[in-house]
Design a protein around this ligand. Structure first.
Ligand SMILES: Nc1ncnc2c1ncn2[C@@H]1O[C@H](COP(=O)(O)OP(=O)(O)OP(=O)(O)O)[C@@H](O)[C@H]1O
Ligand SMILES: [Mg+2]
Length: 398
């Protein structure tokens, strides 16, 4: 592998994942003695406006096209994403004109549409839940009658962080589903555990998988709440299986870059792929401080065709909690008790801490504001540390 001096990465979007990419680029540049310039296309109030950026709408053709066009003819330059909802027509045109886009517009097209995504995975012989496209409420009722048990409905387009997901337990419940919005319906599965594996894949098709993480969702919002890395027997024994399924999913969707593959372990022992996110992911946050490589570094290595090393955790146990905006608070906010907790945590033995506050200027119910994570040799010490955090720290009005 030839190491070049200068690399340029243009990113669509500029939230906390973009921030993580920027920090990873600084670290990797220093480590390898190279320069990785990262520029964001983002909104005026996005976090990444504190870095090199251009203001624009990642869903508007002209904004994306003009941003990407600056890379035309530039060597070692890649146009990439921090979030998958962006203008595909502009990406297609830029690819046509020779700009390198990773993940490609074709991969992103399959990801943006939950029906296309699950169909493509299914076609690639990846185990997925039984699914059907419901163009309207009547089709959903038909599927419900056919399954003869509870079902789950997800909007075909634009769903993320559990938004729009509805559980249908009886025919009357189908009134909860918007009639004119197409969705994907699946039987409501008996899930024993949810796991995630991140896969870094470069343009040559070389891949590296992360360790296996357990994700714990909020039962109301269907959104990730806790993340765990542990020596749990089932996770360690099935590690290779989870990694192969994740690897094959990313190959099926032909993703270049980094992707998180969300999987279900069912109570009957079957493993099914839920969905794939073609970017840095919440389930990768434990690698930011507690692994030999962060997800941001693995992502940059993949898109820039740098060496893809083995990826391991540095600790036997790790635990993360997302900190989201409380239901009764919108606007400016503060983390009450955070300094007292940081002081307290200085005396914690055998427990490493990663407290990442995203510095968003305002909160709203459920908005991801920060994460707190602990790693060490002893799982119960991490649970205790988290309990102390939850007792001492709260998100309150400014
Ligand atoms: N078929 C199913 N049976 C039971 N639970 C399910 C099923 N599909 C999804 N869920 C639950 O809903 C959660 C969110 O589903 P999914 O990942 O498809 O939605 P999403 O809006 O893309 O969420 P996110 O962006 O947080 O990953 C899953 O992690 C799981 O807890
Ligand atoms: Mg999901």
């Amino acid at each position: 592998m030839e190491l070049k001096k200068e690399y340029t990465v243009y990113i669509l979007g500029g939230g906390q994942l973009g921030q993580m990419i920027w920090y990873a680029a600084q670290k990797l540049s220093k480590k390898l003695g190279i320069t990785i310039t990262v520029v964001f296309l983002c909104k005026e109030d996005d976090l990444c406006t504190s870095f090199d950026h251009q203001i624009g709408d990642i869903n508007r053709y002209s904004d994306v096209y003009n941003f990407g066009l600056r890379l035309k003819g530039v060597e070692n330059a890649v146009l990439s994403i921090e979030i998958e909802e962006c203008n595909l027509m502009a990406l297609m045109q830029l690819e046509e004109e020779g700009v390198v886009v990773y993940p490609s517009s074709s991969s992103l097209e399959s990801i943006q549409d939950k029906y296309k995504q699950i169909s493509r995975l299914n076609y690639g012989r990846i185990p997925v839940p039984r699914f059907t496209l419901c163009k309207n409420r009547q089709e959903l009722i038909n599927f419900y009658r056919d399954v003869a048990a509870s079902i789950i409905w997800k909007p075909k387009m634009g769903g993320r962080d559990g938004l729009g997901i509805r559980v249908v337990n009886n025919q009357a419940d189908s009134a909860k589903i918007p009639n004119a919005i197409p969705g994907v319906a699946q039987p409501l599965l008996d899930i024993a555990k949810e796991v995630s594996v991140l896969v870094a894949r470069n343009a040559k098709g070389i891949t590296r998988c992360s360790p296996v993480f357990e994700t714990i969702q909020d039962s109301e919002t269907h959104c990730l709440h806790y993340l765990k890395y542990s020596q749990d027997d089932e996770l360690q024994n099935n590690k290779a299986l989870y990694q192969i399924i994740a690897n094959n999913s990313v190959v099926s969707l032909d993703i270049i870059g980094l992707a998180a593959v969300e999987m279900f372990l069912l109570s009957n022992g079957a493993i099914l792929v839920n969905e794939v996110a073609p970017r840095l992911h919440n389930s990768g946050h434990l690698t930011n401080e507690f692994a030999n490589f962060s997800q941001g570094e693995m992502y940059l290595r993949a898109i820039l065709d740098l060496e893809l090393p083995d990826w391991q955790m540095d600790f036997p146990e790790a635990l993360l909690q997302n900190i989201v905006g409380p239901d009764d608070l919108s606007g400016e906010y503060s983390f009450k008790g955070i300094w007292e907790f940081m002081e307290y945590s200085n005396n914690m033995k055998n427990t490493s801490i990663d407290c990442n506050i995203y510095k968003k200027s305002t909160t709203r119910p459920g908005r991801k504001l920060a994460h707190i994570a602990f790693a060490g040799p002893d799982a119960s010490a991490l649970e205790d540390a988290l309990a102390v955090y939850n007792k001492m720290v709260s998100v309150t009005q400014m």
